[in-house]
Design a protein around this ligand. Structure first.
Ligand code: SF4
Length: 288
């Protein structure tokens, strides 16, 4: 087997996704799929949820330790790896450090309710073992929209989880889905998302335009006339309202899908006026 084939052999899929902020770190698959797998818009939890055995993780770590020996940070793959028991996560962290002695920090995907299921003591143990950041799908601050999309958490859960991570000094990055309320609820989505995010301390906010994927519950809702999708221009307009109402500090804001072709990014609150003006100009210039 070539080096490339050996590396590919430790992942279940040919293409391995991780958040843009984690590019460059070593990726260790600890689970497949999502333990919730019920969000109506979601297309990326296709794998049946499965947690890998310690034996399989150790086999993969042997290869990773050899081929990515220089890395000091490991990202645990699995749509919400934090749902694993604290005991198992700590054991995987300890084993990772044995095979990759330079590793000092870890990050992974999580859901807000995974955070809530951990006690303060468990989060403190994970932080002490090197858990630095969690990447979480926030999607919307509107309880109505979260319920409509069957997200499984409401804004009070999100805020409780945020307080918990802040107490434990675990950083968090969130994603927001522009257009998630459709045309009917766009103002509610923008204002409520900004209202809830403004009570949090995310290290980063990554905005993405909603895409209605084939064979999702959301696609059925569209076909039944229960959801009226917005155009990319309307989603950018929604983003302007959200950003205008947003008050966060030391937060890297990024929208990689503006009008499906532009990227808007910068540190908040410093670049907020420039971003708002840039979006205003784009809206004017590319008015359909
Ligand atoms: S929590 Fe994330 S991965 Fe799981 S179903 Fe919802 S959007 Fe998909």
């Amino acid at each position: 087997m070539t080096r490339q084939e050996r590396y590919a052999s430790i992942y279940s899929h040919d293409v391995v996704y991780c958040p843009p902020q984690e590019e460059g770190c070593a990726m260790l698959e600890v689970a497949l799929g999502c333990s919730w797998a019920q969000c109506r818009f979601c297309d990326f939890a296709k794998d049946r949820f499965h947690v890998h055995s310690m034996e399989k993780i150790e086999e993969n770590l042997k290869v990773l330790g050899e081929l990515r020996a220089d890395r000091d940070r490991v990202f645990f793959l699995g749509e919400n790896a934090l749902c694993l028991s604290t005991e198992k996560l700590l054991a995987i962290m300890e084993m990772t450090k044995r095979y990759m002695p330079k590793v000092t920090s870890f990050a992974m995907y999580a859901r807000f309710d995974d955070v809530l299921r951990k006690s303060d003591e468990e989060l403190a143990q994970l932080r002490a073992a090197g858990l630095e950041d969690l990447h979480i799908g926030f999607e919307s601050g509107s309880d109505f929209i979260l319920t409509m999309m069957n997200k499984g958490v409401l804004s009070h859960d999100i805020l409780a989880a945020a307080r918990k991570m802040e107490r434990a000094d675990v950083g968090y990055f969130v994603t927001v889905i522009l257009g998630l309320g459709g045309r009917t609820y766009r103002n509610i989505h923008a204002v409520e998302t900004a209202r809830v995010l403004s009570q949090m301390k995310p290290k980063g906010i990554w905005c993405l335009n909603l895409k209605v994927w084939e064979n999702t519950q959301l696609e059925k809702m569209v076909k039944r006339g229960e959801f009226d999708p917005m155009t990319p221009w309307e989603m950018l307009q929604e983003e302007w309202i959200m950003l205008n109402n947003l008050n966060v500090t030391n937060c890297f804001y990024m929208d990689t899908t503006a009008l499906n072709k532009y990227t808007i990014q910068g540190v908040l609150p410093q670049v907020k006026p420039a971003m708002l003006e840039g979006i205003r100009q784009l809206l004017e210039r590319e008015h359909p």
